[in-house]
Design a protein around this ligand. Structure first.
Ligand code: ADP
Ligand code: MG
Length: 253
């Protein structure tokens, strides 16, 4: 699968990461990451704690500044010093393990505030978009609730609806279900699966191997700041090729 024109085979990539390095002081956390997410596909990233998964996602929307390497979003290099970082970042929705909702605002206000301030939407339009996305995550009835009155799973679905309300072209999820009680995980994964079915481009760091197997188009196993193995999720999970992948999967499966 080599190409004479570097990167030509990735022409349709929504996210294209090339030789990404990231150090914090002397700690080189990402040591040459190459990965691409084709438009409309779901790439799941697994690996032990500390392997650099969060740092990779955070570099993709420039919450961290890469030490070297390139990242392209829909063909535009976001690591270019002249890139319009705000414009590019606004096309990428991000959902974290901790939901980061504003506790003193209702669910509806949590969904409208950035639409008004960043997207410059009128209150009426922002409310309409918010209600549509709350319905999508099954929480139309909870618009007037405060986050503390929702379960963790509901809060995470609000966080997803909030990200969607900004009309992102793609979504990054960093262990979105890891902070949830087990019985609440399924509803969040169901919302993510619906999004994938609708064709949303997604990069998902997760320990949910069932989700990776069922929804992922590609599975990437990271360890020590490198991609050790990647491929079709069913193949990687059923028949991992590398010892480190085998060792990791034997602990989590
Ligand atoms: P993962 O998400 O796979 O658990 P992370 O990307 O969070 O891994 O972390 C990888 C390594 O980078 C860890 O050793 C962590 O301590 C370090 N690290 C992450 N963020 C920072 C930071 N802001 N400053 C210093 N070190 C960091
Ligand atoms: Mg992490």
């Amino acid at each position: 699968m080599t190409s004479t024109t570097p990167g030509a085979e990735r022409a349709g990539a929504a996210i294209d990461v090339r030789d990404l390095h990231k150090s914090f002081g002397d700690n080189e956390v990402l040591r040459g990451i190459d990965v691409d997410v084709p438009d409309g596909q779901v790439v799941c990233v697994i690996g032990p704690s500390g392997s650099g998964k969060s740092t990779l996602l955070r570099c993709v929307n420039l919450l961290e500044t890469p030490t070297s390497g390139q990242i392209f979003v829909e063909g535009a290099e976001i690591t270019d010093p002249d890139a319009d970082v705000d414009a590019l970042r606004s096309r990428i929705g991000m959902v974290f393990q901790q939901f980061n909702l504003f506790p003193h605002m209702t669910v509806l206000r949590n969904l409208t505030i950035a639409q008004e301030k960043v997207r410059r939407r009128s209150r009426a339009e922002a409310v309409e978009v918010a209600r549509r996305n709350l319905a999508k995550v099954g929480l139309a009835e909870r618009a007037d609730a405060y986050p503390a009155h929702l379960s963790g799973g509901q809060q995470q679905r609000v966080a997803i609806a909030r990200a969607l309300s900004m009309d992102p072209d793609m979504m990054l999820f960093d262990e979105p279900t890891s902070a949830l009680d087990p019985e609440l995980v399924g509803d969040v994964l169901a919302v993510m699966k619906d999004l994938a079915t609708e064709g949303m481009t997604m990069m998902v760091v997760t320990h949910e191997m069932g989700f990776a197997r069922e929804v992922g188009d590609k599975l990437v196993f990271m360890d020590g700041g490198v991609i050790v193995e990647e491929g079709d999720p069913r193949a990687v999970l059923a028949d991992p090729q590398h010892e480190r992948t085998k060792a990791f999967l034997s602990k989590v499966l």
